[in-house]
Ligand binder design. Structure first.
Ligand code: SF4
Length: 362
């Protein structure tokens, strides 16, 4: 299959692995930002074939994991209101709120529906004019343009019964927060290929220069990831810190201007709280005032939310690359996918879920 099989070729993989082994002379800590890459790394055993000097740590690029607890509680409260159809990608339904998750709200009678695109939610609004339809719009720069398009479509159709509960976050401010922390251990980054497909990679260059940290926009197949690691490792060993693009077949320097235009027509940049990590300046997107009728936070008054995070969950430290899932004392015992204490154990991009699925304990 073109564009798939050639990036899973075991012989090519073996050649790159050998080159990584030849290149490395010292210990390095490299972070893959994206939870999708974390799963690809663990699923393909990439972490187990690298030289012992290379430690891969896992970043905050799991949208479900970083959606603030308060917003999960708000989503549940809105879903339980009368005459609401609450729509969401399936991943969000099992994420624990302070007291329950959206699946439990559904089992208690709330009309919660899984959709596969925000435009499906617009269609539900079109077909149910007597109901208010809310779409839970979470994600990074990858999903923001599509969610913006849904708002623009609803606006064109004058649908006054459609809104989004927006929880969008941006990657570069998170990288800045990680690198500026006194606890930081990360020396090189695999940047998320799909985010860079939208935003390009120019915005990473000032970060690479400021913190002297090499960054490589990288794809998601095993060969992509191995090449990304090799490129970062070569720069680390040479003492250079540029942004080099591994994912050339998808990512261009300026990204996708049409997608950026849709995104910044509907959204504006704000400070945002990341679950487990805290507030990161200028790291989120909110619906602009001129689209306020499509903003579920403004449309539905939700009060009396007292968030209560699990005291045992260390996902914030995992998402910053400070520890690995197996180092959480409750990993695999008190916390499992059936009884998750944190979002990182249930999300399909969560690091704890990856370690649990593929039986990594370290
Ligand atoms: S294992 Fe569970 S409790 Fe520990 S960090 Fe992961 S999600 Fe949180």
């Amino acid at each position: 299959m073109k564009f798939i099989d050639e990036y899973r070729d075991p012989e090519v993989a073996a050649t790159i692995i050998a080159e990584i082994h030849k290149t490395v002379t010292r210990p390095w800590v490299i972070m893959e930002i994206c939870g999708g890459q974390t799963h690809a790394i663990v699923r393909n055993g990439i972490d187990q074939v690298l030289p012992k000097e290379i430690e891969l740590v896992h970043g905050p690029g799991c949208p479900v994991c970083v959606t603030p607890l308060e917003l999960i509680d708000k989503a549940i409260a809105i879903a339980r209101m009368p005459d609401i159809i609450f729509t969401s990608f399936g991943d969000m339904l099992r994420v624990p709120g302070s007291e329950k998750d959206l699946f439990i709200a559904k089992s208690e009678g709330a009309d919660v529906r899984i959709v596969y695109s925000p435009l499906e939610a617009v269609k539900i609004a079109r077909e149910n004019p007597e109901k208010q339809v809310v779409f839970f719009a979470v994600g990074f720069e990858t999903t923001a343009p599509g969610n913006a398009m849904a708002v623009l479509q609803a606006d064109r159709e004058h649908l006054d019964n459609f809104s989004i509960l927006a929880s969008h976050v941006l990657v570069p401010p998170a990288i800045n927060a990680i690198l500026s922390s006194p606890e930081n251990r990360v020396q090189g980054f695999l940047a998320a290929g799909h985010v860079c497909a939208v935003m390009g990679w120019e915005e990473y260059e000032p970060l690479a220069q400021k913190y002297k940290v090499p960054m490589v926009p990288t794809g998601f197949e095993p060969i992509d990831i191995l090449e990304g690691i090799l490129m970062v490792t070569k720069m680390l060993e040479a003492g250079t810190y540029e942004v080099q693009n591994q994912y050339k077949r998808i990512v261009h320097r300026q990204g996708n201007p049409a997608a950026q235009k849709a995104m910044f027509t509907v959204f504006e940049i704000i400070d945002r709280t990341w679950r487990g990590i805290g507030e990161i300046p200028a790291s989120g997107l909110q619906v602009k005032d001129n689209f306020a009728t499509f903003d579920a936070e403004k449309k539905f008054e939700v009060s009396g939310i007292n968030t209560k995070e699990s005291e045992k969950c260390l996902s914030g430290r995992i998402l910053q690359g400070l520890i690995k899932p197996g180092q959480c004392p409750v990993f695999g015992n008190d916390c499992t996918p059936e009884h998750p204490l944190g979002a990182t154990m249930v999300s399909s991009e969560g690091a704890c879920a990856a370690y649990y699925s593929y039986q990594r304990t370290r």
